[in-house]
Write a protein that binds this ligand. Sequence first.
Ligand code: ZN
Ligand code: ZN
Length: 365
Amino acid sequence: MKDFVLRHVKRLNEEEIDIVIEDGKIAQVMKAGDGHGEHVIDCSGLYVSSGWIDLHVHAFPEFDPYGDEIDEIGVKQGVTTIVDAGSCGADRIADLAASGEKAKTNVYAFLNISCIGLERVDELSRLEWIDKGKVVQAVKEYKDIIVGLKARISKSVVCENGIEPLRIARALSSETDLPIMVHIGSGPPKIDDIIPLLEKGDVITHYLNGKQNNLFDEHENPRQVLKDAIKRGVHLDVGHGTASFSFKVAEAAKRHHIALNTISTDIYRMNRLKGPVYSMANVLTKFLSLGYSLEEVIAAVTINAANWLKKPELGWIKAGDVANLTLFAVENEPITLIDSDGEKRVSDQRIETKGVVANGEFIKC
Ligand code: ZN
Ligand code: ZN
């Protein structure tokens, strides 16, 4: 189905519209009921936003545990664009690019500075796995999909190497002109030694993790390094994952008015099937339950992510653009939510994805 109309769909401000899709593009955005086309899809009661973007996923199914099928964590989740967060280094980025070509979901990637990527989970424990020449070459060859470099700077990944891998990432960042996404977790290295190395445009993923070495002190106040990083323009990304989202920390962040930049899942097979991630909608519902407005929550997977990617067109709905849209409902039904530490919260509302338009193709969720 190439030409169709999404009828009576709601913008976040409740305004009802029709969206006419022709040849994979948004042909017209018009008053509800006025859109005409070969096929009409009744979307009464559903919201529409630009297609959701998940800035942190693991989309390379061969790697265990951190891997999954692209469309399982993409379009089937209401997500039309995924950014693989360093599953692959220079050795396998070609394979990720090739499977991205075949998927319905749009695929971008952070290149792991370790050539072996997540083939092992201690990929930065030996510095010889960081081959600068190969990294630079891969960035050149796959410049259409690589949007940044990934360095996982926590104890089990770097082992004895401390922040040396991050220093190398910094040098590679200048050489390639790409930002770094840094995963934080248990130390050493200490968070106070990691964060000052990050610059404007770099991304801290897992910023709401509840581990010892996190961005908040024992009184749940933001550490000085976090406040300074925000001032410098460092980007904060949720990266929920199996072990990296704490309601207590998220509540502290909200109390201290730490801006919500991007919400991402860090989804892969295991945490999709067994939780605590399950789905993008489930993660978004957690932020509704924290008291963020629907507009703020959806902005964190649309315009905020699109702007970080320097692809603002992915974050709006405009005639003439390739049609990437997400259709969803907000149901007034109670749901019990669980964070990475097993803490529970009950929300009286939940977000449910109903479908996407991915590169002009309508897919029901
Ligand atoms: Zn991580
Ligand atoms: Zn991850």
